[in-house]
Design a binder for this molecule. Structure first.
Ligand code: FAD
Length: 340
């Protein structure tokens, strides 16, 4: 029976790819998810080491859409997300609007990638596989990866849930107009620094919007619910500073950001790790939730289509799954027109 179901490849196991894959699998499609990373989550990432962990990508997520609010409630019930109520400060410049400060903020528990791991449960996920190319023949789409060359499987549809510049590279040889649409999306970079401290740092806030110097955001990761291990803070640079230092060596970036942290009263960290997010956040939203080209059965989803937040990624994935469901026939048993 199962061999007659359409088989769909999803490239990217961030929130968008996972929400899309999960909805398709629950509808009855066969789904295989590929991700270049070691584990699902993408930009909802957590760095871990001996006795410490730190969310070094997304810091928290909000839930404005009713469908996403219901999903977050499911995550809370499953114990993989929780409310984070940091004591917030605003340092320098203009304070954010009061409404923004009173928004409910959620985090993954015990770490930011926990909701992604939960979504991934029951899905076929192939980690550490970087898709570089795809091609079509009479039996459907085939994928080529760095690790395995040309994959033997054929897919009835291929869905890209990767940052737009990466989607554009993959689509350029086959669908140049769609590649252009993706390449026009502007993504802002972000340098993120994890600061491990020897003892508790108590400046009177757990997180701060910073409006001066290199930094834009500062948070005591240890103040989030369910965290264990030593005292850890994260500092993230502004998009402008990150762009201006995009090719600066890690060590110099770390030195500048630690100096900014210390200028705000922070102690000298015992250890520092730095990460450059080339495509951290979308600078603007587009006019559609997802892109689906039924004639070739290729689709795109991701936060960048809707506005750049975790919630947008999840919603975009669902929107793409609905488009696929509406146009790729799902049938069980024989005969089945879409089965090979
Ligand atoms: C520093 C930072 C701070 C942020 N802060 C917040 C915040 O406070 N609140 C908020 O709501 N959002 C925040 N975000 C944004 C949020 O993380 C994203 O909106 C969301 O995680 C995007 O999900 P996605 O599935 O669209 O993409 P991603 O999470 O980027 O997932 C894409 C996946 O595709 C994989 N991939 C890429 N290319 C390939 C390939 N060729 N082959 C196979 N796999 C591939 C990647 O490994 C990745 O896992 C932040 C992001 C960053 C980086």
């Amino acid at each position: 029976m199962t061999t007659n179901r359409p088989h769909i490849a999803v490239i990217g196991a961030g929130l968008a790819g996972l929400s899309c894959a999960r909805q398709l699998q629950e509808t009855g499609y066969m789904v295989t998810v590929f991700d270049s990373g070691a584990q699902p989550g993408g930009r909802m990432g957590t760095r871990r080491g001996q006795g410490w962990q730190c969310d070094h990508g997304a810091q928290y997520f909000t839930a404005r859409d009713p469908a996403f609010s219901e999903e977050v409630a499911r995550w809370e019930a499953a114990g993989v997300a929780g409310l984070w109520e940091p004591r917030l400060a605003v340092i320098g410049g203009n304070a954010p609007a009061l409404e923004q400060r009173s928004t409910a903020r959620f985090v993954g528990v015990p770490r930011m990638n926990a909701p992604a791991s939960w979504l991934a449960t029951g899905l076929v996920i192939r980690n550490r596989v970087t898709i570089r190319h795809m091609r079509h023949d009479d039996a459907g789409w085939r994928l080529r990866s760095d690790e395995h060359g040309l994959h033997p499987e054929h897919y009835d549809a291929v869905l890209f849930a990767v940052p737009p510049q990466q989607a554009a590279e993959l689509l350029e040889p086959l669908l140049p107009l769609t590649a252009q649409l993706a390449s026009e999306a502007v993504m802002q970079p972000c340098w993120s620094v994890t600061l491990r401290l020897a003892q508790r740092h108590a400046p009177g806030y757990d997180a701060a919007f910073v409006n001066e110097g290199p930094l834009r955001w500062l948070a005591r990761d240890s103040s989030k619910p369910g965290r264990e291990g030593g005292e850890v803070w994260v500092a993230q640079a502004s998009p402008e500073w990150s762009a201006a230092h995009i090719d600066t060596p890690d060590s110099e970036v770390a030195a500048s950001m630690v100096a900014a942290f210390r200028a705000l009263g922070g102690p000298a960290p015992g250890a520092v790790s730095v990460h450059r997010w080339l495509y951290a956040k979308a600078a603007a939203e587009s006019s559609r939730r997802a892109v689906w080209i039924p004639a070739v059965r290729v689709g795109l989803c991701g936060d960048w289509l809707l506005g750049g937040r975790a919630e947008d990624a999840w919603l975009s994935g669902r929107a793409l799954a609905s488009s696929v469901t509406a146009s790729v026939p799902l049938c069980f048993g024989e005969p089945c027109s879409s089965a090979r």
